[in-house]
Design a protein around this ligand. Structure first.
Ligand SMILES: [Zn+2]
Length: 143
């Protein structure tokens, strides 16, 4: 899974990502549009900034795509830097961290951590059942 975690990330960079939503969005945008922007609706490659931070809006059909759309961080109900922390540790972590431990470290409810961890594991296990688009997004993010 996923390009972001494929690149070797330094401890400093990881600490940034694990504490700042801003850095996560920036990072996701880089990974997502690494090969340039292509509108998912009309295929146009020209864009201007969208309304929400780091989103991009197609200059032709005006469709706006958020930076999290099509990734496992889409519709995440808690701060994305916490989601990043869980995702990184589930995909790359050397230790198996329980959802209770995630909850304690991140000041989240255990159920929240469990749901998100399950979502990630599901994505890893069920990658074949995902749509092409989701697969590409996940591979890009977690290759
Ligand atoms: Zn378009």
């Amino acid at each position: 899974m996923g390009a972001i975690f494929n690149k070797e990330l330094s401890e400093i960079r990881l600490n940034e990502l694990f504490t700042s939503d801003e850095k996560c969005f920036e990072f996701l945008a880089e990974a997502k549009w690494e090969e340039g922007f292509i509108c998912r609706k009309c295929g146009n490659s020209n864009y201007c900034p969208g309304k929400s931070p780091y989103s991009r809006r197609c200059t032709r059909c005006k469709t706006e795509e958020s930076v999290t759309a099509g990734t496992i961080f889409h519709n995440c109900k808690f701060p994305i830097h916490k989601a990043f922390y869980i995702a990184y540790n589930v995909c790359k972590g050397k230790e198996d961290i329980s959802t209770y431990e995630f909850a304690r470290r991140l000041s989240l409810r255990q159920m929240t951590c469990w749901n998100f961890k399950t979502k990630i594991q599901h994505a890893i296990n069920q990658i074949d059942s995902l749509t092409e688009e989701e697969k590409v997004s996940i591979q890009k993010i977690f290759r």
